[in-house]
Write a protein that binds this ligand. Structure first.
Ligand SMILES: Cc1ncc(COP(=O)(O)O)c(C=O)c1O
Length: 429
């Protein structure tokens, strides 16, 4: 039995079947370096998904790994009962790169926990309970996060926690109001007022949204959207939580956090994924008054762990010293241009959207009816994999390609990815 077959046999036998794998023939990855990962036969694949937008500074980045190893040898764990240098330094650093008055951090291990904490502090601060989330959103896998999530495929085995309503998403390609931008007057944002008045008691604690909806298929709202919704939610006493689990740390190009593109200052930002370039870390960063409102005790055993905190710090240092915010903007624009060229050649590409190195490509059977091309995307992914490229998948209908390479990505690597996508689209015909 080959190494690969052995892994797949054990996966089948010892893991929950809900831990699903991409591809008809799952890919077993054994090592990674930079923009590439290698399977058990040492075949190279250009990784344009980065372990779900998490490898932000390249696989096994030497500078980050050195810091991690150094910290493991020095001090691995003491818990938050003891203040540590890595935890306070990371918190200070996050306070300096997050927009507006976000100054205080609570560290955890994942995006799910970061969002849990955000909702907890929103309720404590406002004294109100109800939460508005967005359709097509993904917030994580706890009972609360599943309830916030609005994509049926991810709402496994829960009847949901009460007190959450879902506003329409600013999904221009499939406008829920069947309008077109900009004549629509951003009706999806303005609808929030009526939603609050009709579907809640008016006691809104928070509006939580991803600047670009990740799992939802890189849905990118128009530029006016967030200022309108933030104003409405604040007029009802609620706060605005920006879930930057996918969009944080330069992913969207030019800015540290996605929401900065919309010129709106959130009251809370949640982060994870790219923050640690692959180590499990989550953070909830809030204004002092929101953070201070949480009374009583709370703890995350591994939150702010010296190893993950220093790794996150090294990741931020690397992004800054290599000017990766700018690289993500320039290379992201280049990638977007080339995806749009593919769109001209392949009618199956209905829409290209995104920012920086977070680009989505929505596949449709017919550009008029926009019928989702889900099976076609599954076949395309098998083809791109066989041709040496990893891309991601998302969207309510499973028909959106998600492209999110590490921010170290060069134009040459984009050329190679586009060449493989072009070849794979040709083979799909
Ligand atoms: C926007 C967003 N928020 C939260 C989460 C949950 O993060 P985690 O899987 O680290 O719990 C995810 C995960 O994909 C996400 O995309």
């Amino acid at each position: 039995m080959s190494k690969r077959e052995e892994v797949l046999r054990k996966q089948d036998k010892y893991l929950f079947p809900s831990v699903f794998a991409y591809y008809t023939e799952p890919l077993v990855i054994e090592r990674g370096k930079g923009l590439y990962v290698y399977d058990t036969d040492d075949r190279a694949y250009l990784d344009f998904f980065g372990g779900i937008l998490t490898i932000i500074a390249g696989h096994c980045n030497d500078r980050i790994v050195d810091v991690l190893i150094d910290q493991v040898r020095k001090l691995q764990h003491v818990s938050t009962l003891f203040p540590t240098i890595p935890q306070v330094e990371l918190a200070e650093r996050l306070a300096s790169i997050t927009p507006g008055r976000l100054q205080k951090c609570f560290f955890s291990n994942s995006g799910t926990e970061a969002n849990e904490t955000a909702i907890q502090i929103a309720r404590a601060y406002t004294g109100q309970q109800e939460i508005i989330a967005l359709r097509h959103s993904y917030s994580g896998r706890s009972a609360l996060a599943i309830s916030l999530t609005a994509n049926s495929a991810w709402k496994t085995s829960t009847c949901g926690i009460p007190g959450i309503v879902h506003a329409p998403s600013a999904y221009c390609y499939r406008c829920p109001f069947e309008k077109s931008y900009p004549e629509c007057n951003i009706v999806c944002a303005r609808d929030l007022e009526e939603l609050i008045q009709t579907a809640t008691s008016g006691q809104v604690a928070a509006f939580i949204a991803e600047p670009i909806q990740g799992v939802g298929g890189f849905i990118t709202p128009p530029k006016e959207y967030f200022s309108i919704v933030a104003e409405i939610v604040r007029s009802h006493g609620g706060i605005f939580i920006s879930d930057e689990v996918q969009t944080g740390f330069g992913r969207t190009g030019g800015k540290w956090f996605g929401i900065e593109h919309w010129g709106v200052q959130p009251d809370v930002i949640t982060a994870a994924k790219g923050m640690g370039n692959g180590v499990p870390v989550g953070a909830t960063i809030a204004t002092p008054e929101v953070a201070d409102s949480l009374k009583g005790l709370t703890i995350s055993t591994f939150g702010g762990n010296p190893v993950t905190a220093r790794t996150a710090m090294a990741t931020i240092d690397f992004i800054e010293s290599e000017n990766l915010l700018e690289n993500a903007r320039v290379v992201g624009d280049y990638l977007c241009e080339h995806l749009k060229e593919l769109q001209e050649r392949y009618p199956i590409i209905g829409n290209v959207r995104g920012m920086g190195l977070m680009q989505g490509v929505e596949l449709v059977k017919d550009r008029e009816t926009k019928q989702p091309a889900k099976d076609e995307l599954n076949r395309l992914m098998d083809l791109t994999k066989d041709n040496g490229l990893i891309i991601g998948k998302g969207g309510l209908y499973g028909n959106v390609i998600r492209i999110s390479p590490a921010l170290t990505c060069t134009k040459r690597e984009v050329d190679e990815a586009i060449r493989i996508m072009d070849l794979s689209f040709k083979q799909l015909r």
